[in-house]
Write a protein that binds this ligand. Sequence first.
Ligand code: CA
Length: 245
Amino acid sequence: MATALVHFTAAAATDRGRKRPSNEDAFGFSVERGVYVVCDGMGGAAAGEIASSLAVDEVLKRLSHRAADLEAPLAAEQAIEAANEAIFSRSQRNARLNGMGTTLVGLLAEESHVWVINVGDSRCYRLRNLHLEQITLDHSLVEEQVRLGRMTEAEALRSPLRNVITRALGTQSRVTPDIFAMEAEPGDLFLLCSDGLTRELTDAQIESLLGIELPLDELCARLVSAAKKAGGHDNITCTLVRAEG
Ligand code: CA
């Protein structure tokens, strides 16, 4: 089957939200290189900001300058490993930064081939034909219990353990990302976002917001503003990547 010719456009937005004193989320992308990253740091304000920006910088740099003959999934694994090592070694050297870490959700595009990379509970969704689908699986304690059938979605939302994530960058000496491979079709819209968006808005709300035909930066602004209106309890970050025909 011939693959469709596509090119990508993108926009992103981040916001402190209405309750947190600082913004520990970070994002970065290069449309030219086909690399898009969103990170949600943890470990206390300064540490969280350092972890998320280290991860964005390292993964963006590594994937933007990857060798042409290196398979994309392998390049992604190596970039994650390098970012993990950068954060972990920095936290080992400085007691104040001990235990810092970050989630990472990334998208790598080569022609119409797309790889989604995930560690933690930030998410990637794809809107295709006005239908929203979650691509990533949260590495969180409660979502893993839901997937095992031991907890309902409603219980997960109320659980005091809902903030516990089971995989993060920088908290252990090694980490393995999930990597999802797919083919982009013209019109596909990918959303990379931190949980400050998905805790405030249901998938149905995100689906209807993304279904409106608007420039991507305007869609990002609307997502952030809807999450703030719904409470804005956490930092909110979204990156939108559209496959154009
Ligand atoms: Ca968060």
